[in-house]
Design a protein around this ligand. Structure first.
Ligand SMILES: Nc1ncnc2c1ncn2[C@@H]1O[C@H](COP(=O)(O)OP(=O)(O)O)[C@@H](O)[C@H]1O
Ligand SMILES: [Mg+2]
Length: 314
């Protein structure tokens, strides 16, 4: 990773009538990273991607993509990017191979190159054996893999992927993520959107959390968690935990939440300091022997819930 910024976004805004879908966004994406836009439906992820890929014109603001001005050099921008759109945008009546040849020709690649590259990419996305079947009959996972192959025909510097795993079965989701990581390792910068917190954490180097057109937090998943919940989550292992003991825990003044998760009790406290002693005391008084108390990493989901709750109160 070289660390230079391959995308710089300044004040990017999109309004549809009086509705603001993306509001004065500022951020940069570094060359070589997998950068994630994470947010619920309607957060503005697709609108952002559509602006950055020249599909729609920003209402305000600007961006540079691999050194090219988004507004003044749209053609140059299109030359260095690939896009995997949220919904299938290939030709269902063409075969997998025909879809790729068509895209290759659109890019003006010589036919020998198109042929070679199609075969290579069909192999990469594990569709070579299905190359002569029409795309319309493919499963969701196969369509999405073909869409990915099409989007990288021109060997783009930056690949935009809009919720590439939404609606796929778990196995296809894993395959899609593996492919994405492989492309990234080979040098492609990836801009990836998802509403799946777990997925963002698994695949993205850095994450921007969006809600209602605004960036509400950004950083690595580790930074996001530290910023928001500084170590106030604990996991306690005792012999035979019960619902009753969890209910008792919830009554303690220093406890904000307690939950039974299989054989563990997950406890959120108001502040980290002194927690270990307080919990030890409590369980001793209840006649339970503690096997272990561990500090637990919060999930991005917990971070998001905490953040958006704050938003609602504001
Ligand atoms: N062409 C459009 N006209 C009017 N409103 C739109 C249009 N496109 C998107 N929106 C609205 O903008 C908001 C953000 O949408 P979108 O960017 O698709 O969100 P996401 O991809 O995060 O689910 C939504 O409230 C959506 O209804
Ligand atoms: Mg979307």
């Amino acid at each position: 990773m070289s660390g230079t910024n391959i995308i710089e976004i300044k004040g990017l805004t999109k309004r549809f009538g009086s509705f603001t879908a993306v509001d004065k966004m500022n951020l940069s994406v570094r060359e070589g990273e997998i950068f994630g836009f994470l947010g619920p439906n309607g957060a503005g992820k697709t609108t952002t991607i559509s602006m950055l890929t020249t599909l729609i014109t920003p209402t305000e603001g600007s961006a540079t993509i691999a050194g090219h001005d988004l507004l003044k050099e749209g053609i140059k921008v299109r030359e260095v990017i690939g896009v995997v759109p949220q919904s299938f945008a290939l030709f269902p009546e063409l075969t997998a191979a025909e879809n790729l040849s068509y895209i290759g020709k659109l890019y003006g690649l010589p036919s020998s190159v198109v042929k070679e590259r199609s075969i290579e990419l069909l192999r990469t996305v594990s569709l070579y054996d299905h190359r002569d079947r029409i795309a319309g009959v493919f499963s969701g996972g196969m369509k999405q893999r073909l869409s990915l192959a099409a989007s990288i025909m021109s060997n783009p510097k930056i690949l935009f992927m809009d919720e590439p795993t939404t609606g796929l079965d778990p196995q296809s989701r894993i395959a899609m993520r593996e492919l994405t990581k492989r492309l990234n390792k080979a040098g492609m910068t990836i801009v990836y959107t998802t509403h799946d917190m777990d997925e963002a954490e698994k695949i993205c180097d850095r994450i921007t959390i969006m809600d209602k057109g605004h960036i509400i937090a950004d950083g690595t998943s580790k930074e996001l968690k530290q910023k928001i919940l500084p170590g106030n989550l604990f996991e306690v292992e005792i012999e035979a935990p019960t619902k009753e003991i969890v209910a008792e825990l919830r009554r303690l003044p220093f406890v904000t939440a307690a939950e039974l998760s299989e054989n563990l009790i997950i406890i959120t406290v108001k502040q980290r300091k002194g927690t270990f002693e307080r919990l030890s005391d409590f369980f001793r008084r209840q006649g339970h022997e503690i096997i272990e108390i561990r500090s637990k990493e919060p999930s991005l989901e917990e971070v998001f819930i905490q953040l958006t709750k704050k938003d609602l109160r504001d």
